[in-house]
Design a protein around this ligand. Structure first.
Ligand SMILES: Nc1ncnc2c1ncn2[C@@H]1O[C@H](COP(=O)(O)OP(=O)(O)OP(=O)(O)O)[C@@H](O)[C@H]1O
Ligand SMILES: [Mg+2]
Length: 366
């Protein structure tokens, strides 16, 4: 693990407005007395979460978005890096890409050349402006012409702050390049979007996730079956961070990771349970289906909302007349909404069963 990246991540944590702070001091002050705390071991590669331990440090290690990476490499070679706007879902490599970019641009001293700000920071835009001014004006220590400011979670910024930012971007373009990162690009005002070159980070393809997983499975000596790996990739939904976190917790909990281990570890219903539930609901009479559903729910400790999400995915692969599909989806959405608003699970199980019974009648009328 690159020490610089670890330091960088630590500093980032220190600056983050998290309510939990880790004191490096071995003594904590209580009311009038000093309490001895056990010394916290400094982080080593082995006790780092795998997402950090295996954070790509170079462009080559990034397994996806080759077009984006080659475009940025070209910008760097030609010394004409524009302001960047990275957007896309979590765990797709946005932060990793810009950090690899900084290391390529500035080499070993990259940390002093970048400033990372979190837009959900509560300090106002005026403080941010001051910080950027100080950072941008220390020109003499660098040679490549500009420094890099990474503005993460920019979609949490207010319209007003974004408007102030567009002036800042213009004013400091000579000394600074901005990399604005967010999940939802639609929340970024057009004026900022037009000042940046936009790159969309799509969810990773299964084979890309598999390539990276295989590398880590080998490096960590993980005992996992192909079915286990497939389940893990399916659950990740293209989020590499999620895939690595599931892999690490399964590795800690199981000697051998198979499909069941993955579903148990994440608390997701197994595909077989979902199949059983759908079959019971579309075949058995009401009471039998109800008891079976409640049994699976209690025995496996699965929430109805998770079951509904999986039924929805299961129905995707099912041949159904259009009106029946619409009826089912509409009702599943309503049940999901009622559960989110605090509706009682028992009533919603009945509603789900009723929905399937009605859908069955619709199928027969078709
Ligand atoms: N393209 C990739 N290649 C290899 N590893 C990746 C890739 N994308 C993500 N990862 C892994 O997932 C972790 C999280 O990625 P990263 O922090 O770059 O995601 P992000 O897109 O910034 O997500 P968020 O929007 O939640 O901030 C990395 O530490 C790395 O281990
Ligand atoms: Mg990120």
């Amino acid at each position: 693990m690159d020490d610089d990246i670890m330091d960088y991540e630590e500093e980032k944590r220190d600056r983050s407005p998290s309510p939990i702070r880790f004191e490096s001091n071995s003594k904590l002050k209580g009311k009038g007395k000093v309490i001895d705390q056990p010394e916290i071991a400094p982080p080593t590669d082995d006790n780092l979460p795998w997402v950090e331990k295996y954070r790509p440090k170079t462009f080559n290690e990034l397994v996806s978005h080759k077009v984006i990476i080659s475009t940025i490499e070209k910008f760097i070679e030609e010394h004409r890096l524009p302001h960047l706007l990275f957007y896309g879902p979590s765990g797709t490599g946005k932060t990793s890409t810009i950090l690899a970019c900084a290391q390529k641009l500035y080499g070993p001293k990259w940390k002093s050349m970048i400033m990372e700000m979190n837009a959900s920071d509560t300090r106002g835009i005026d403080t941010v402006r001051e910080e950027i001014k100080t950072f941008a004006s220390t020109r003499k220590i660098f040679s490549s012409g500009f420094k890099l400011i990474i503005l993460d979670e920019a979609d949490a910024m207010t319209q007003q702050a974004q408007n102030a930012l567009r002036r800042i971007i213009e004013k400091y373009t000579q000394n600074v390049r901005f990399c604005i990162i967010c999940n939802y690009v639609s929340k970024i005002i057009p004026a900022i979007q037009s000042r940046c070159t936009r790159f969309r980070f799509s969810p990773l393809e299964l084979d890309q996730i598999e390539t990276r997983l295989n590398f880590i499975i080998d490096a960590e000596n993980v005992n996992i079956t192909q079915e286990g790996k497939n389940a893990l990739m399916k659950l990740s939904g293209g989020d590499m961070r999620k895939a690595l976190n599931i892999l690490q917790s399964c590795h800690a909990a199981y000697e051998r990771i198979d499909e069941n281990a993955v579903y148990n570890c994440t608390g997701n219903p197994e595909p077989q349970s979902i199949k059983d539930i759908v079959e019971a609901m579309s075949g058995n009479e009401f009471t039998a289906a109800y008891s079976m559903m409640m049994k699976i729910k209690t025995e496996k400790g699965i929430a109805l909302q998770d079951i509904i999400m999986d039924i929805y995915k299961y129905l995707e692969s099912y041949q159904l007349p259009a009106d029946v599909r619409i009826y089912l989806l509409d009702n599943l959405a309503n049940i999901d909404y009622r559960l989110a608003k605090g509706g009682t699970e028992k009533f919603q199980v009945s509603a789900l069963l009723g929905t399937f019974k009605n859908a069955l009648e619709l199928v027969q009328q078709n």
